[in-house]
Design a protein around this ligand. Structure first.
Ligand code: SIN
Ligand code: FE2
Length: 200
């Protein structure tokens, strides 16, 4: 389902691989645990995050950035699993973005009550590459906004295995996630989201 030019929801695209993706998330979190980071403004996020790939997205009092090292471990982030890379390359291709070469994946973990306020993904070095976003576990309401934070967002239901790809004219669209409701899912009472990026 197209969301706007350059943005598309691929319903169930990752469903056949969901178990493998969840197993790889679990392996990553054993060494690089999910943590609730603090925004530059001093608020603790309700979404817990970790990363894999060459660089990882982090936030603290000094700002948002991509970092070579996990600040929790002082070590590089774990390599991006083949399952993540392969799924993201195929999804980008289907969405019309050939040659997507992600070097970073932010892994978000939502629990009931977690939300992510409207933002743009703009810490990447350039905006030529799309963002590939994979939903696993509990359903969520994705907020798909406009070019300014004030544009009223569209509400899009995202289910286990859904993939959203945005790039080109949609690359800097504001987006977020409404407060997660509880329930049961193939990932227990969590929602996981992978966002694959070409960050550097
Ligand atoms: C994000 O914008 O980083 C995550 C979006 C989502 O969880 O669906
Ligand atoms: Fe985002």
């Amino acid at each position: 389902m197209p969301l706007q030019p350059g943005a598309i929801l691929l319903g169930g695209f990752a469903a056949p691989e969901a178990d493998q993706l969840l197993a790889d998330i679990q392996r990553i979190e054993e060494a690089n645990p999910f943590r609730r980071m603090v925004t530059p403004g001093g608020w603790q996020m309700s979404v817990a995050m970790t990363n894999c790939g060459e660089v990882g997205w982090v936030t603290d009092r000094s700002g948002y950035r991509y970092d070579w090292l996990d600040p929790e471990t002082g070590e590089p982030w774990p390599a991006m699993p083949m399952s993540f890379r392969s799924m993201a390359e195929r999804a980008a291709e289907v969405a019309g973005f050939t040659g997507f070469d992600p070097d970073s994946c932010l892994i978000n973990r939502y629990e009931p009550g977690s939300r992510l306020s409207l933002h743009q993904d703009r810490n990447e070095r350039d905006f030529d590459a799309p963002i590939v976003s994979v939903s696993l576990g509990l359903p969520a309401t994705f907020l798909w906004g406009g070019v300014t934070r004030g544009d009223k967002p569209m509400r899009v239901r995202l289910l286990h295995g859904d993939v959203v790809v945005w790039g080109g004219p949609a690359r800097l669209t504001f987006h977020g996630v409404d407060t997660l409701h509880g329930g049961a899912s193939p990932a227990g009472s969590f929602r996981y989201n992978l966002t694959l990026r070409a960050a550097r």
